[in-house]
Design a binder for this molecule. Structure first.
Ligand SMILES: CC(C)(COP(=O)(O)OP(=O)(O)OC[C@H]1O[C@@H](n2cnc3c(N)ncnc32)[C@H](O)[C@@H]1OP(=O)(O)O)[C@@H](O)C(=O)NCCC(=O)NCCSC(=O)C[C@H](O)C(=O)O
Ligand SMILES: [Mg+2]
Length: 285
């Protein structure tokens, strides 16, 4: 299954308790925002953050950025109130943390009705049930929670993320099998552009639609990494042109830059161009 044509290059977490950050997000060139009621908000601030977020979303100003509300888990003292509030907020999606099974999604849907749900994929149980979670009719997106996952696995940070690759791959397989958007985990060292670039490249190579971010300084690097590059756009155009010419001559295989181009490559090339156009349209308006 192909990735989403709508860009989700950069998905920025904003602590819902911080009015300044809630305001700043309206000016940032991100494709989506996760308004966070969970880990970025202290226990003392939870109720206030819920109120601030409701007000901020009602006020609007987030343009065409996809608005995602991350609630606390339903097994916490805040989860139910968050879910009820999120159901009535002017948001596009509710993000449920630490999803372990499709039944967790059912429990949220019992409160929030048919509002789309994204799952935080960040527990060993969630990884083992990734296919069933992605197949839930209300699930439209996955976000990797690589901090919680590393903690649960007792793994260490490595720039190549070798300890996490199996989990990342399981989630990708599940998401692509069900046509679900999939966003990579955060890069914690928000002042380390070189490290972020490496991790973005790995995520893009693996097939993620974009990356979740914790700081505005990470937006530019990420938007660049998950957008089609000028070289990719040029190649896609040449592949389509060459294939159409070959097809007109009654043949099914073209050759561009010494590599074969078949129907499937043309489909990928068209998707890439569609994404590039959508990014251009988003940037224009
Ligand atoms: C990491 C931070 C605590 C740093 O904050 P701060 O020291 O205030 O940063 P700056 O002074 O550099 O900020 C400059 C301006 O940018 C605004 N800002 C900062 N962060 C954000 C943001 N995330 N969104 C929007 N705007 C932001 C500041 O307000 C400053 O604005 P101005 O004064 O007007 O110039 C902080 O960045 C932060 O709290 N980040 C979010 C952390 C977070 O959300 N954590 C939870 C998500 S990660 C996670 O849970 C992943 C998952 O579950 C897992 O398991 O892996
Ligand atoms: Mg987490």
């Amino acid at each position: 299954m192909a990735s989403s044509a709508r860009p989700y290059r950069s998905v920025l977490y904003i602590p819902a308790s911080k009015p300044r950050a809630l305001d700043k997000a309206k000016t940032l060139p991100v494709d989506a925002i996760i308004f966070d009621l969970e880990d970025a908000v202290t226990a003392e601030e939870k109720a206030n953050a819920r109120g601030l977020l409701k007000e901020a979303l009602a006020q609007g100003g987030y343009g065409n950025r996809v608005r995602i509300v991350r609630i606390n888990g339903l097994d916490t003292e805040w989860g139910h109130a968050d879910a009820e509030a999120a159901r009535d907020m002017d948001a596009d999606v509710i993000l449920l943390p630490k999803v372990g099974s499709p039944q967790d999604v059912d429990a949220l849907a019992a409160i929030t009705g048919d509002k789309p749900i994204w799952a935080m994929m960040e527990t060993p149980r969630g990884m083992l049930n990734a296919a069933a979670i992605a197949a839930h009719p209300l699930i439209t997106g996955f976000v990797l929670g690589t901090n919680d996952l590393a903690k649960e696995l007792n793994s260490r940070f490595r720039p190549d993320r070798a300890p996490l690759v199996t989990s990342l791959g399981l989630c990708l397989l599940a998401a692509r099998a069900e046509g679900v958007i999939i966003i990579d985990g955060v890069y914690n060292a928000f002042k380390d552009d070189a490290g972020l670039e490496l991790e973005c490249a790995q995520g893009r190579d693996m097939g993620f639609d974009g990356k979740s971010l914790i700081h505005p300084a990470q937006v530019a690097v990420t938007n660049r990494a998950f957008a089609p590059s000028p070289e990719e756009i040029d190649l896609a155009r040449r592949q389509i042109a060459a294939f159409e010419e070959t097809e007109a001559q009654g043949q099914g295989v073209a050759v561009v830059d010494g590599r074969i181009v078949e129907n499937l490559h043309v489909a990928t090339a068209r998707e890439l161009l569609a994404k590039a156009e959508m990014i251009e349209a988003l940037q224009a308006g």
